[in-house]
Write a protein that binds this ligand. Structure first.
Ligand code: MOS
Length: 757
């Protein structure tokens, strides 16, 4: 028997051991059988039900809340309002993502948006609480709300940075002189405005919590993308040490960014549970998901591109106007990606933010990239048309060999391969560049392409790996699986290092008492956690190896040869061609050890100063449009992505295809409409807020350039998920132009826009 795995050496990850289809989701069975427990499904004794009362006006003050009928209603245990709510500790959250909005719930009478939480009715049943909530009478003093970007434009502010992550006002070279000199050199300038509407995440599982408080201790079962952030937020607000806050989030039914911050429902549930000394459950209704869990704000983006006739761009301007609330600072950083995507010496990217009477926006599936690339990649297509250059070629002409923002080399970049392989497999070469020239029966057919990109984020993460005396292993980390496959990837990496079948490795995540790990946002979970799980597994393994070497009863006793994990929980030394074998189970049992464990913490380092880390992709859409009715289908969608190592091809495909479907929704359907008098969301249900269903989706396929990133970590995975949506809307809009000759610059591309001339 040969030693197939060379543990304790990083060369192990140089070979594609984990490629191929990848194992099935380890949590697949528990999800389809209903065994997986989501936040609202934990059955606690004596649980009470909280129903949130929300403001029906968008701007003003509460003059009176009459809760007397509600309080007397059947089964009611408490009615919380600003009149009787406990005081929260004021903390400055504006610069962080820890909480969604910097306004403490039930502490004052000011109303900033329609749907703001102004009370909580708690009763013995959900029905009793729901009925009692309908009895609460609120009297307001109402002011005229700001409900459109244009209304508040005169008060717009220019943020210097985006939550401390990157600059919000970007410039390099000299945009003004580049533009003024351009007329003399026979070049082309295009200037276009693109808009994207307010959209909402709408994961299947709406945001929910059960708070169970005892004395100072706070336990919450919360649907969150970050158990650590919820812990920190509640610790702050209730002035309780973090050790006394326990956040559990085992299964999460999708997030897309909506569950990234801590929202106010959790604060209300904790208040009520403390008061009543019993568990309190609060589940946002689908309607409340349109006001209380973030959204992607509207953007108005002006793009200016100057290029010479050969397609080389010499100036790019990207000026974004977007929105935030009066009680937060999150805005859509749509201009940021334009700074890094194409080589260009003269660049300007700006953001202006208008405060409006809406709930605070939040990160939604690739914030900045998704909206920004719709504009930039549409403009690139317009430029290509103007210059009569192939849209893929113009992107290659302006290819950024280093990061144009700072001159750093890329850690690895295979975007040219994405373009070429994608064009080849999609059949791009058959495309007719002349709009309205291809038909399939009565339908006009068009093809469009766009670049996709997403940063290669990695954060510090820790994990504990325990090898048990039954020959299995457990990994503990305060990470979470928002539906992406974290359980599976964590088990895979540990199983790989430990030489165990994946069924023998259990992942324990979604619990703030485990070693801290980053939020499941920014497509960073695998990139951050996998290297840590690898290291912790290696250390745990080396501890068992040391025990065996010192164990006189082990065949491996005092062996100087390298001892490696060889599969099925066995360890072996290769002694002149003869394998000497022992096993975890035998070693631990002989030494009376129930388990051997190791903890590791890894994170980004010096490599971040030397390289720029980014994932890339090329996305291709084919659309079929009914020329008489404007009806539109994305008949084919194809993407090729360079994301570093792909650890699990199945979950990766699933992630990226899901993101593409969300991109189809963004391109064709999704928009949140506010009532322009009341500020309430008109489309606050899934009948009026359209998302793609199976019937809307035709053929989608993706490929990965399976080249590990040599610098990001010893695993080489940059992470993925969000990248799938980033170029999707532009690819579709460009295909619509190619099919119909109509350039739609205002999302979504609804059929009325295709009918109007
Ligand atoms: Mo992504 S919405 O930045 O988690």
């Amino acid at each position: 028997m040969a030693a197939t795995t060379t543990v304790l050496e990083s060369e192990q990850f140089q070979k594609p051991i984990l490629l191929g289809e990848g194992p099935n989701r380890v949590d697949g069975r528990s999800k389809v059988t209903g065994e997986a427990r989501y936040a609202a499904e934990f059955s606690l004794n004596n649980v009470a039900y909280g129903v949130i009362i929300q403001s029906t006006i968008a701007n003003g003050y509460i003059t009176r809340i009459d809760t007397s009928s509600a309080a007397k209603s059947d089964g009611v245990l408490a009615v919380l309002t600003h009149d009787n709510a406990p005081k929260l500790k004021k903390a400055d959250f504006r610069t962080s993502f820890i909480i969604g909005e910097d306004h403490l719930v039930l502490q004052d009478i000011t109303i900033y948006y329609a749907g703001q939480h102004i009370g909580l009715v708690v009763a013995d049943t959900l029905e009793h609480a729901t009925y009692a909530a309908s009895l609460v009478r609120v009297v307001y003093e109402e002011d005229k709300p700001i409900l459109q970007t244009i209304q508040g434009l005169h008060t717009a502010y220019k943020p210097t940075n985006f939550h401390g992550f990157f600059e919000a006002q970007i410039s390099r070279g000299n945009v003004v002189s580049a533009l003024s000199s351009s007329s003399t050199v026979g070049s082309v300038i295009i200037e276009r405005v693109y808009t994207t509407p307010i959209v909402h995440h709408q994961p299947m599982e709406s945001i929910s919590v059960i708070a169970d408080c005892e004395g100072d201790n706070i336990t919450v079962y919360e649907s969150t993308s970050s158990v650590m952030r919820v812990r920190d937020a509640l610790s702050n607000l209730f002035d309780t040490p973090p050790e006394k806050v326990h956040v559990i989030s085992h299964y999460i039914g999708g997030s897309f960014g909506s569950k990234g911050p801590t929202w106010q429902h959790a604060v209300l549930a904790v208040m009520a549970s403390r008061k009543l000394k019993r568990p309190v459950k609060v589940v946002l209704t689908r309607q409340q998901m349109f006001t209380s869990a973030g959204h992607r704000p509207e953007t108005i983006q002006r793009i200016t591109l100057g290029a010479s006739r050969n397609g080389k761009i010499f100036v790019i301007k990207h000026n974004t106007i977007t929105q935030t609330s009066f009680i937060g600072d999150f805005f859509e950083p749509a201009s940021k990606t334009t700074a890094m995507l194409y080589a260009c010496d003269n660049m300007e990217g700006t953001h202006e933010v208008v405060r409006m009477n809406i709930s605070t926006p939040a990160q939604m599936r690739a914030p900045g990239e998704t909206t920004g690339l719709f504009a930039l990649e549409s403009a690139m297509d317009e430029l290509a048309c103007e210059l009569d250059i192939d849209p893929i070629s113009i992107r290659e002409i302006n290819y950024a060999d280093v990061n144009p923002e700072n001159g750093l080399p890329w850690s690895s970049k295979y975007l040219k391969d994405c373009y070429r392989i994608g064009a080849d497999l999609f059949g791009w070469l058959n495309r007719n560049p002349v709009p309205r020239s291809v038909r399939d029966g009565r339908f006009l057919v068009g093809m469009g392409a766009a670049t996709a990109t997403y940063p290669g984020i990695r954060s510090p993460a820790s994990a504990r790996v325990r090898i048990l005396s039954d020959g299995s292993a457990v990994v503990y980390a305060a990470s979470q699986d928002i539906g992406t496959g974290t359980y599976t990837v964590v088990s895979q990496v540990a199983a790989d290092v430990l030489g165990l079948p994946i069924e023998r490795v259990r992942s324990e995540i979604g619990d703030s008492s485990f070693p801290p790990a980053p939020p499941s946002g920014g497509s960073q979970t695998t990139a951050s956690l996998a290297p840590t799980v690898k290291e912790a597994s290696e250390v745990a393994l080396s501890k068992v190896v040391d025990i065996a070497r010192k164990d006189v009863t082990s065949p491996l006793y005092s062996k100087n040869e390298r001892i490696v994990a060889v599969g099925e929980g066995r360890l072996a030394a290769n002694q002149g061609g003869t394998p000497i074998v022992d096993s975890y189970q035998k070693i631990l049992n002989r030494n009376n050890l129930p388990f051997v464990e190791a903890e590791a913490k890894t994170g980004p380092g010096q490599e971040r100063k030397n390289y720029a880390f980014c994932s890339f992709g090329a996305e291709f859409a084919e659309v079929k449009v009914d020329p008489d009715l404007g009806e539109l289908k994305v008949s084919r969608f194809f993407g090729v992505f360079d994301v570093g190592r792909v650890i699990n091809a199945k979950t990766s495909r699933n992630q990226v295809i899901g993101a593409i479907i969300q991109g189809i929704g963004m391109a064709l359907m999704e928009q949140t409409i506010l009532d322009q008098t009341s500020g309430r969301v008109v489309t606050n249900n899934l009948a009026d807020y359209l998302v793609p269903v199976n019937a809307d989706i035709q053929e989608i396929d993706v490929r990965f350039i399976e080249k590990p990133d040599p610098y990001i970590s010893p695993i080489g995975a940059r992470g993925l998920g969000e990248i799938g949506i980033t170029g999707a809307a532009a690819a579709i809009a460009n295909a619509v132009y190619n099919a119909t000759g109509k350039r739609i610059r205002e999302l979504p591309i609804t059929l009325d826009k295709l009918l109007l001339d």
